[in-house]
Design a protein around this ligand. Structure first.
Ligand SMILES: C[S@@+](CC[C@H](N)C(=O)[O-])C[C@H]1O[C@@H](n2cnc3c(N)ncnc32)[C@H](O)[C@@H]1O
Length: 292
């Protein structure tokens, strides 16, 4: 099953993970949009928390526009929502999403946030979801965003806690603790390849954001909690959630054998045949204020 693991890893290191650090890998690309349905309620709550109609907002690193369209809806016709992303392909998708939703108060353009494409003090609110952790200098990224914010404005940084959970501790085959153990290999890989050489090297967001100049930083977390039938309805996403472990170096052959059983749709141990699946994921926003 893992014939090409080494070359897949080389491709990841050469840039396969560059744009969506947790998202895209080589043999098992994250199914696009597959999780949108179950994140959508959580996204809506997070976005609603800090937005008012009439605001001018920026979505920095907007990706395919899944939040930009919600931001544009929330600010209404008297407001404005602008998305930037350095990936032209993502911007095309974001523009299409805005057109499909007929949100003329929204727009998207290719830009690098480090280039600060808007003058200082341009926005009431800047939203940035799953972007800062991927930047070579997370602090400098936050500083650039804070500069583009109006005095008294808010920077909202969304980042996930790293571990999610789907499976019971004891699967009934293999050594108990399979999901924790394989996740640990991801954390090791992440620390070595994604955090190494970054400033700062840790992911202590409250401190990073304060050092970047935020006056206050208030974290708020949202739990995504799924059981059946929602898990079955997202089969493609959860198959990817398991299969990407084929590409994490350090997963033992014994644990790969368990993964083979869990992901073989024709076998008795296919994960969706289990009655005991339960998915949790914690999504956090850090609401930062800029001094007036
Ligand atoms: C993990 S994706 C998140 C996309 C979206 N915000 C979301 O939550 O679904 C990170 C996005 O940040 C963009 N990005 C990374 N560095 C950037 C930079 N310096 N300037 C602008 N966009 C950047 C990538 O192209 C990618 O689309």
């Amino acid at each position: 099953m893992i014939i090409n693991r080494r070359s897949a890893l080389a491709a990841i290191l050469a840039g396969g993970f560059a744009d969506c650090a947790h998202g895209q890998n080589v043999r098992y690309p994250r199914p696009e949009g597959a999780a949108t349905r179950f994140w959508s309620e959580c996204d809506q709550q997070m976005i609603a928390l800090s937005l008012r109609r009439g605001m001018r907002v920026l979505d920095a690193g907007c990706g395919n526009g899944q939040h930009l369209t919600r931001l544009a809806e929330a600010v209404g016709k008297r407001g404005e929502a602008i998305g930037i992303d350095r990936a032209a392909g993502q911007i095309e998708k974001a523009q299409q999403a805005l057109r499909d939703a007929k949100l003329t108060q929204g727009s998207a353009r290719v830009a690098d946030l480090f280039a600060e494409p808007f003058p200082a003090g341009s926005f009431d609110l800047i939203w940035t979801s799953h972007v800062l952790h991927g930047l070579p200098d997370m602090g400098a990224g936050a500083e650039a965003l804070l500069r583009m914010l109006k005095p008294g404005g808010r920077l909202v940084v969304r980042e996930n806690r790293m571990s999610s959970s789907l499976l019971p501790y004891d699967l009934g085959f293999g050594e108990p603790g399979w999901e924790f153990r394989t996740d640990l290999q991801w954390l090791r890989w992440y620390t070595k390849n994604m955090l190494a050489g970054k400033r700062p090297a840790g992911l202590g967001w409250t401190e990073i954001l304060k050092q970047a100049g935020a006056q206050t930083v208030q974290p708020r977390s949202f739990l995504i909690d799924l059981a059946e039938p929602e898990i079955r309805a997202q089969e493609e996403y959860f198959r990817w959630y398991l299969q990407r472990r084929y590409e994490w170096p350090g997963v033992t052959p014994e644990d790969i054998a368990v993964l083979d059983r869990l992901t073989n749709a024709k076998g008795d141990d296919y994960f969706l045949r289990r009655p005991d699946l339960y998915f949790t994921q914690l999504s956090t926003i850090f609401i930062c204020t800029k001094a007036s």
